[in-house]
Each structure stands twice: as structure tokens, then as C-alpha cells.
Design a protein around this ligand. Sequence first.
Ligand code: HEC
Ligand code: HEC
Ligand code: HEC
Ligand code: HEC
Ligand code: HEC
Length: 237
Amino acid sequence: VGQVFPPGANWLVKWSLVGGVTTVILVVGVASALYWSPVVTRVNVVKEQPIPFSHQRHVQGNGLDCRYCHTNVETGNFAGIPATETCMTCHSQILTDQEMFQPLHDSWNTGKSIEWVRLNDLPDFVYFDHSIHINKGIGCNHCHSNKTHKIEEMRLTAKAQRFNMSWCLDCHKDPAKFIRPKSEVFNMAWNIRDAKSDTVKQIHNHGFENQKDLGEQLVKDYNVEVEQLTNCSICHR
Ligand code: HEC
Ligand code: HEC
Ligand code: HEC
Ligand code: HEC
Ligand code: HEC
């Protein structure tokens, strides 16, 4: 029988198999590293804005409520970005001579809105609505802050959550884990574990001591329809 394979072919096949498997592992590894990396997710990555607007200065420093600027958040799909007029309420008097305000004055004079760079942007095939979340007791900071980056402390704004499907579903499967009294939605410091005194417990937690009991009660009080929250058609219409 003639030799079809040259001597050493065994060796070659063995090593190309090993090479193949290693390549697959490498490719999967690199792909998942990329999937979770800030380069792709943009999480915690600040973007240059036309004016260096700071939530830290305006929310933490000046004590402004989110609704002062994001006026549609309780009533519409979109929270909305403030109009030039909103800034001018104060900045027609404060810091008017600073160069960084040039885009604001240009916008005021021409009537053209400032082109803020968008940070949080779901793909078009996902439906989202702010008002329903706000009216059912989901705090802004659940979605716009994370452990290391809090919206009220941001000097320049960054996206704080990946907004992948399993993240949305983690709550939709069991909203009792995260739901809070509606009165606390705009309170960025809300944390049930901080309720040390009875007064604090009464005011901020409806008298409850832990998230499990509070959550179960609020899901009932707010008529959250948990069964339908994982239907594909709720988010993909
Ligand atoms: C004084 C006005 C003002 C107040 C008050 C304010 N914001 Fe903003 N917000 C802005 C402006 C202007 C932008 C666009 C520029 C930027 O992204 O920094 C913005 C952007 C954002 C974005 C990112 C939008 C995007 O592009 O995806 C989020 C999220 C946000 N604000 C949440 C909040 C929350 C939560 C509060 C309350 C704790 C709040 N803001 C209070 C003015 C305000
Ligand atoms: C309720 C009043 C108020 C409103 C509304 C307001 N600001 Fe300010 N802003 C201030 C004050 C006060 C300061 C701090 C002034 C100082 O440092 O002396 C400030 C500071 C700033 C600064 C300087 C940098 C910094 O962070 O200290 C920028 C830029 C700025 N604001 C942009 C804006 C923009 C853009 C808007 C509209 C989306 C806006 N502000 C709306 C009150 C306001
Ligand atoms: C359940 C999560 C969730 C909560 C709660 C939430 N947001 Fe958002 N927010 C999002 C998502 C998701 C987007 C991107 C929406 C899109 O691309 O259509 C977004 C976008 C935004 C934007 C950009 C403009 C817009 O309307 O798309 C602003 C500003 C904003 N949110 C502010 C707020 C404020 C203020 C609150 C609290 C009053 C809040 N959000 C509560 C998830 C949330
Ligand atoms: C922390 C909890 C939480 C997170 C995170 C969350 N949701 Fe929700 N979502 C709720 C609750 C509670 C409701 C209200 C359900 C009800 O009223 O029965 C709701 C309702 C909805 C609805 C129904 C709106 C309507 O008009 O019927 C959509 C769509 C939705 N969420 C999309 C999303 C998407 C997309 C994400 C991720 C980007 C998300 N949600 C993240 C808690 C959450
Ligand atoms: C609570 C909202 C929500 C529900 C319910 C939901 N999805 Fe999604 N889905 C999303 C979001 C948000 C994304 C975008 C993910 C991203 O940008 O990475 C997504 C993305 C997808 C994608 C694109 C691939 C991917 O994973 O990114 C497919 C396919 C999909 N969903 C199918 C489904 C099916 C099938 C169901 C029902 C079993 C379902 N979804 C239920 C929110 C939801």
C-alpha cells in the first residue's frame, strides 16, 4: 500500500487540532472581552460636550431636582434634554463672560439648539418609556448610576449601565427586588439600609426595614403586573 500521507502527518494533524481549539478559545475570549469592554459598551466613558455641563455642580452643588431640566420624565417616553432657555434662567446673569458659555449664547441668539452628545441610546427595536418606570417607583439612579459613578457626582456625564436585555429582565422578572416608594424616585441617596431611626423609616420606607418586605408591598400597592413584564412584545413591539 502506497503511503498517502507523508511521515510526520500524524504530528501535523495533532498540532493543527490543538491550534484550532486554541484559536477558538482565543476568539471567544477576545469577543467577550470586547462585548463587556467600555470601548463597546461606553459605560463610565465620558464624552466631550459642547459645554462642559456638570451634574455635580447643578444637582449636588446647587440642589436642583432632575425635573427642573428633564421636564418630561414623569409624563413621556423621553426624559428630554433641557432647552437653552432653562440654562438662561440663571446663566443670563451667572458667569456670562466665560468663554465656555459661547455655545449657549450662540444658541440663544440664533434659536438653534445646542447639540448635546447622546450617551444612553437603545437600539431602535427596543421600546422604552420613562414615565411608567417613574410612576411605579423605579429610581433614576438605578439606571443612571452604578457603584463607582453616580449621576449626581458626575462632572461630565457618562452612561452608567450597559442596558443589555438580561439587565432589564433581571428587574422585570422580580421588580420587588428594586422598587421603592414613588416619593423616593428623585432621591439619589435613597437606600433602605440607611433607615436607622423610626422617623426615617416612616418617611422614606413606608415603615419597612428591608427591601423584600417593602418590595412585595409596593408591587401590590402600585398594581405592577409582574406576569406580563417578561413578554417579548412588551419591549419589542
Ligand atoms: C440644570 C439642568 C439639569 C439638571 C438639574 C439635571 N440634568 Fe441631567 N442633563 C442636563 C444636560 C444639559 C444634559 C446633556 C449634557 C450631558 O450629558 O451632560 C443632561 C444629561 C443627562 C443624562 C444623559 C443623557 C444622555 O445623553 O443619554 C442623564 C441620564 C441625566 N442627565 C440624568 C439626570 C438626573 C438623574 C438628574 C437628577 C439627579 C439630572 N439629570 C439633573 C441637565 C440637567
Ligand atoms: C438654577 C440656576 C442654574 C441653572 C438653571 C443652570 N445653571 Fe449652570 N451654574 C449655576 C451656578 C450657581 C453655577 C456656579 C457658578 C460659580 O461657580 O460661581 C453654574 C455653573 C455652570 C458652569 C461652570 C462650570 C461648573 O460646573 O462650575 C457651566 C458650564 C454651567 N453652569 C452650564 C449650565 C448649562 C449648560 C445649563 C443648562 C442646561 C445650566 N448651567 C443651568 C446655576 C445654574
Ligand atoms: C428603568 C431604567 C431607567 C430609569 C428608572 C430612568 N431612566 Fe433615563 N434612560 C433609560 C434608558 C434605557 C435610556 C435610553 C432610552 C432610549 O435610547 O430610548 C434613558 C435615557 C435618558 C435620558 C436621555 C434623553 C432621553 O429621554 O432619552 C435622560 C436625560 C434620562 N434618561 C434621565 C432620567 C431621569 C431624570 C430619570 C429619573 C427621573 C431617569 N432617566 C430614570 C433608563 C432609565
Ligand atoms: C429596576 C426595575 C426595572 C428595570 C431595570 C427596567 N424596568 Fe421596565 N418596568 C419596570 C416596572 C416596575 C414596570 C411597570 C410594570 C407595570 O406597570 O405593570 C416596567 C414597565 C416596562 C415597560 C412597559 C411599558 C408600558 O407602556 O406598558 C417597558 C416597555 C419596559 N419596562 C422596558 C424596559 C427596558 C427596555 C428596560 C431596560 C433598558 C427596563 N424596562 C428596565 C421595572 C424595570
Ligand atoms: C424588559 C425588556 C425586554 C424584554 C421583555 C425582552 N427583551 Fe429582547 N432586548 C431587550 C434589550 C434592551 C435589547 C438590546 C440589547 C443590547 O443592546 O445589547 C434586546 C435585544 C434582543 C435581541 C437582539 C440580540 C441581543 O441579545 O442583543 C433579540 C433577538 C431579543 N432581544 C429577543 C427577545 C425575545 C425573544 C424576548 C422574549 C423571550 C425578549 N427579547 C424580551 C429588552 C427586552
